[in-house]
Structure formats: structure tokens, C-alpha cells
Design a binder for this molecule. Structure first.
Ligand code: SPV
Ligand code: MG
Length: 429
């Protein structure tokens, strides 16, 4: 009996998958190389279903002899082990990020006279229509909540973009760029207190109601959400915040170790701000952890020592204390124009025996690259305010142009065409 190998991620199984397996079955026994979460995360967004769930589905499809894990996008390691007579793949990977993978499959099969078989894609099912279908299906609070932990296990660096409305949520959800071997996307969404407040023309002082923006963003997105919880309020209130966020399917809350009237960190010492006592803030973390219902919700402790000029030793002592109190992550914040103090913190942090994922927010030190942060041990990079900061000057420019010219014609070239704005959000039928 000959062997046919088919690699797939099988997140949304369609008649096209079943058809492919049926055709493959005519040539031999079908082995599915099911891409692990790590393999998929390396080149596109994480599957909705974790590997184990996708495996159960594929093992129960008629015609599948065996499901094996494919740990990389590259089929070669599995091909060398299995030495299949055929590899089946839809004839849709000659261009785009998979073309290099296809080339290596052909070269490897040649070693034992294997053959690549490429049936035409099934009419009516394109990857675009599938992506659209997935977005329509959406996600559940439980699935979304667990997604951040899964991402942390599957990817060395998680890239998170701020959103403050349904529309900016859509940008974080859908914008992507294609490189040679991967599609780059944002992995998650940051609900910033600064941009939520600025949008309502209020200062960032824990005053505005954030529920509308959470609700709008939940509606237009499926990616994991990290909520900027400010100080978390008093401990007795924070426990309710934890449960509310969990119920909504938010993956993590970041709380900062300040007390009293909170001001935005980027004021630094220009505004009077008071850092919380280590013991009190640690207690808040522990109470939050005790209050949560799910296993996957993360409480991330944000250290303001560098912002408030309390020194590196203070920052490191607090990191240790907050981890001991149960924090699932540490965000170290800085408002310096370069990443030097962040890098020093990372170097010292790497020596800790007990470590949790590190979060950085390179707003003022924006020249640092994701690769440099990742190399230093950072797991989550948050782009905390760039969407709102870029939208505001564009809107002011348009307003000025209309005033200057006494008409809107000159502003048109900077505007989204009317045809596009009216169809930007598809109507649900
Ligand atoms: C926010 O985005 O609201 C933050 C990050 O908390 S910062 O503005 O840098 O304090
Ligand atoms: Mg904030």
C-alpha cells in the first residue's frame, strides 16, 4: 500500500478538505501532517482551535489512516521520516508565503521518486472566502480568553496594537503584510486607558467608562485582548474587575503599582504620582488571582519604578515580589528616549529563578526593534497609542484644509473614498 502525505492546519474543515482526502485515498493510505500551533504561528495567525482539538476532528474523518504532528511549516522533517509516495496539496501554493515550502517538498520527494500531486482547488471555496467565513463565525469568550496563553506558548514574541473603537479594532484584526515566509499580523489588542480617555476628550485619570469601547471591540474582532486596568482601583473593587473581564473573554489585565489619583505614566515625575507599597500591591495581585474563575486569565503587574525615578533595584525587587504574589506577567515601563534602562532591567530579570512573561511598551523609546526586545527576553510588545496619535493630526489637517479653501475638494486626496467608507463594514444579513 502506498502512502499519501497531506499537510494542513485544518482549523475550519470544509468540503474541500474532505474532497482532497477522498482523492488522496485513491492513491494510498492517507497520513495527515497536522501543523502544530507553533508551526502555524510562525507564518500566520494562530488557529482558532488548539492542536489537540484539530487532531480529534481529523482523526475521525473517513479515509484518514493517521494524524502526525508537523512541527514546522516546512514539510521536510516529516517527509524524511515518513518517505511518502505522494504529497497532496491544492494547486494554490505556487505564489505567496508557501512557494518556498512547495519547492522544498518537490526537491525532497525526488530523493526516493515520490511525487507531488496538486489537484485544482474546489470551485467556490477560496482562502479569502474562508477567512471571511471565519470572521463571520467570530469567536467565543472562552476561546478568545485562552488565546493569549496559547500564543505565549507558540510564539517567541507577541505583537499587540492599541484599539479604542470598533473601527480601530477592525484595523488590529485585519491589517497584515506579507513577507517571504510569513504573513505578519498583530497578535492581540491593547485597550489603552490613554486612548480610551483621549477619545472622549478626558484626561487619563481612571475616570471614563471603558465598557463601550470593550464591547465595540469585542464585536469586530476575534484576537485576544489585553485590558489596561490602570491601578485596578482599590483591592475590593479590583476583584470585580477581574471577573467582569473574564466573563467578556478578555485574556489579561495589566495593573500599575500606583495609588491615589493616577496620571498618565508618560508625564513621569512632571505630574505628582505616588507608587503603591510593595505589600499592598502584592496583596491586590493575590486577591485578583483568587477571584478569577478560569485558569487562563492573566494578571500582569506593571512596575512604575523607572517612570517615577525610584531606581532599578526598586524595579527588580518589586518584580520579584509581584511574581511571588501570583502575577502572570511583568510589564516594565519606561519613558526614556532610548531602551537602555529597559535592556538593563531585562538583563537582570533574566537572572531570576522564577520568571513570567515580560511586557514592554516602546512608546517613547520607539527606535528599538521587536527583534532587539525579543532577544532581551521580552515576550509581549504593546504599541499602546499609535493609531489614535496618527489619526488626530490627519483629522486636524483635513479640518484646516476645509477652512483654508472654503471647500472640501483639496482634502479629498487624504480621505477614504466615499465608496469605500460605505462598504467598509459589511452589513449582516
Ligand atoms: C496606556 O496606553 O494607557 C498606558 C501606557 O497605560 S502609557 O500611556 O505609556 O502609560
Ligand atoms: Mg493607561
Amino acid at each position: 500500500m502506498k502512502t499519501v502525505y497531506i499537510a494542513m492546519s485544518a482549523d475550519l474543515v470544509t468540503p474541500s478538505h474532505v474532497q482532497l482526502i477522498k482523492e488522496a485515498r485513491k492513491l494510498g493510505e492517507v497520513v495527515i501532517g497536522l501543523l502544530t500551533d507553533n508551526a502555524v504561528a510562525g507564518f500566520q495567525r494562530l488557529p482558532y482551535m488548539p492542536y489537540e482539538q484539530r487532531k480529534v476532528v481529523m482523526e475521525n474523518i473517513v479515509g484518514v489512516k493517521e494524524v502526525v504532528a508537523q512541527e514546522t511549516l516546512d514539510h521536510v522533517p516529516n517527509l524524511l521520516k515518513i518517505k511518502p509516495d505522494y504529497v497532496f496539496h491544492r494547486d494554490d501554493w505556487n505564489t505567496g508565503v508557501l512557494r518556498g515550502t512547495r519547492r522544498r517538498v518537490i526537491d525532497t520527494l525526488q530523493q526516493w521518486g515520490g511525487e507531488l500531486v496538486e489537484p485544482d482547488p474546489m470551485p467556490g471555496i477560496t482562502s479569502t472566502s474562508l477567512k471571511q467565513a471565519i470572521r463571520e463565525v467570530g469567536t467565543t469568550p472562552q476561546m478568545r480568553l485562552g488565546m493569549l496563553k496559547r500564543l505565549l506558548e507558540a510564539k517567541p514574541l507577541i505583537r499587540v496594537l492599541e484599539a479604542h473603537s470598533g473601527l480601530t479594532g477592525l484595523i488590529a484584526e485585519t491589517v497584515s503584510t506579507e513577507g517571504d515566509n510569513s504573513v505578519r499580523e498583530f497578535d492581540g489588542i491593547w485597550l489603552s486607558s490613554l486612548t480610551d480617555s483621549a477619545l472622549k476628550a478626558k484626561p487619563d485619570i481612571e475616570y471614563v467608562d471603558r465598557m463601550t469601547s470593550i464591547s465595540d471591540i469585542l464585536e469586530t474582532t476575534t484576537k485576544p485582548i489585553i485590558f489596561d486596568g490602570d491601578t485596578g482601583g482599590i483591592t475590593e473593587h479590583f476583584v470585580f474587575m477581574v471577573r467582569t473581564l473574564e466573563r467578556l473573554g478578555v485574556s489579561a489585565v495589566i495593573i500599575e503599582d500606583k495609588k491615589g489619583l493616577k496620571r498618565n505614566s508618560l508625564f513621569g515625575t512632571d505630574a505628582s504620582q505616588v507608587q503603591d507599597d510593595v505589600e499592598d500591591f502584592s496583596n491586590k495581585i493575590t486577591c485578583g488571582k483568587n477571584a478569577q474563575v478560569t485558569d487562563d486569565f492573566m494578571i500582569i503587574a506593571r512596575i512604575e519604578s523607572l517612570i517615577l525615578k525610584a531606581g532599578m533595584d526598586d524595579a527588580l525587587t518589586r518584580a520579584q515580589a509581584y511574581i511571588a504574589a501570583g502575577a502572570n506577567g511583568i510589564m516594565i515601563h519606561s519613558k526614556e528616549s532610548n531602551a537602555d534602562e529597559i535592556m538593563t532591567f531585562c538583563r537582570e530579570y533574566a537572572k531570576f529563578d522564577d520568571r513570567v512573561p515580560l511586557v514592554a511598551v516602546p512608546s517613547t523609546y520607539s527606535r528599538v526593534t521587536e527583534d532587539e526586545l525579543s532577544e532581551a527576553g521580552v515576550s509581549i510588545v504593546i504599541y499602546a497609542n499609535q493609531l489614535l496619535r496618527s489619526a488626530y493630526p490627519a483629522m486636524v489637517q483635513t479640518a484646516k484644509s476645509i477652512l483654508q479653501h472654503g471647500r472640501a475638494a483639496e482634502a479629498e486626496e487624504h480621505c477614504l473614498p466615499i465608496k469605500e467608507i460605505i462598504s467598509l463594514i459589511p452589513e449582516r444579513t
